[in-house]
Design a protein around this ligand. Structure first.
Ligand code: AHR
Length: 319
């Protein structure tokens, strides 16, 4: 009688209660990512890298596009806190103004990772790590290339500068690094400098204004990204000048559009800034969740591509 009772109880128990929890039943890590926007070819590649590597890593990604507005990024971060995601990552549109929302994340015990752009804050406990390029070094590379290119030539060498988004880390640091190098040579002078907000449309518009004001006085254009340089190339051509010849053009990113411009002889050099940050971000997110230590700063390795190597390098470009 007793034996029969036991058999009945076993048959009634659900199978799952008798087996260990299978691996696929583990809850995926939830990552909230607050992107800057879709302002450039670089940003599109960055978004694609984050989305595809999250999928590959089995991470549940919640993604938002802030359309280049800080208030939208702050709203997105607050909504990730309310949803109790496991980790928050974001690429801060500007450097300052993040402390309040990051303290809220810290109080909710949600680790924060900065990707691509840094913040300026006295409290470095507000984020776990920052993954991205050394923008100051990118500016230095642009400056060193120009010094080499103009070696032995008489001055003055008049430069116009298209800056990135006002208050953003890449705009601040690329300007700083470039000026640091050219300031030692009195031939170089930045005669105009204005923001083009990292977009092609703004790059073109501001270059048109530079050309109107300075005309043939302009020897060099330093654009903080390829998109603004591509917009400016259009403006230069419409003004009846030859980009890459009448005006030497230096930009940053190394996107395919820049390689095409270099192969057409219209852009002289692009300093690489890699947007492919997704795989590193996912591995850091996993390490954080596993309680492993992560370095406070992870610097992306990058190169520089003058127009002479563009055709050879183009087939290897991934963005
Ligand atoms: O923060 C990286 C910069 O942002 C890229 O150089 C630019 O193209 C983008 O919009």
């Amino acid at each position: 009688m007793k034996r029969r009772t036991v058999l009945v109880a076993m048959a009634a128990a659900p199978l799952s209660a008798m087996l260990p929890l299978p691996a696929f039943a583990q809850k995926p890590i939830v990552l909230g990512f607050a992107q800057v926007g879709a302002e450039s070819e670089w940003r599109t590649a960055n978004t694609e890298s984050i989305k595809s590597s999250a999928k590959e890593a089995g991470i549940d990604l919640k993604f938002s596009d802030a359309q280049q507005k800080q208030e939208n990024q702050i709203k997105a971060i607050r909504s990730y806190i309310a949803q109790k995601v496991d980790v928050i990552a974001f690429s801060p549109v500007v450097e300052t103004g993040w402390d309040t929302v990051l303290v809220e994340a810290k109080n909710a015990k949600i680790p924060v990772v900065l990707t691509d752009r840094a913040i300026s804050s006295k409290d470095d406990t507000l984020y776990v790590t920052f993954i991205g390029s050394d923008f100051t070094e990118e500016g230095r590379k642009a400056g060193r290339w120009l010094l080499e290119k103009e070696k032995g030539k008489p001055g003055p060498i008049n430069i116009v500068e298209l800056q990135g988004t006002v208050g953003s880390a890449p705009a601040i640091d690329r300007k700083k690094g470039f000026e640091e190098i050219i300031k030692g040579d009195p031939r170089f002078k930045i005669i105009r400098s204005q923001t083009g907000d990292f977009t092609r449309a703004k790059g073109k518009e501001v270059m048109e204004a530079f050309l109107k004001a300075e005309g043939k006085n302009i020897n060099v254009l330093y654009a903080h990204n390829d998109d603004m340089a591509i917009g400016a190339i259009q403006a230069i051509e419409e003004a009846g000048m030859k980009p890459g010849q009448d005006i030497v053009i230096i930009s940053v990113d190394g996107v395919k559009g820049a390689f095409e411009a270099m192969m057409a002889g219209k852009l002289n050099v692009s300093v690489e800034c890699s947007p492919l940050l997704g795989p590193q971000l996912m591995s850091v997110v996993k390490d954080i969740k596993a309680g492993k230590p992560v370095p406070k700063r992870i610097v992306t390795q990058e190169s520089i591509f003058p127009m002479e190597v563009a055709a050879k390098e183009f087939p290897n470009r991934k963005y």
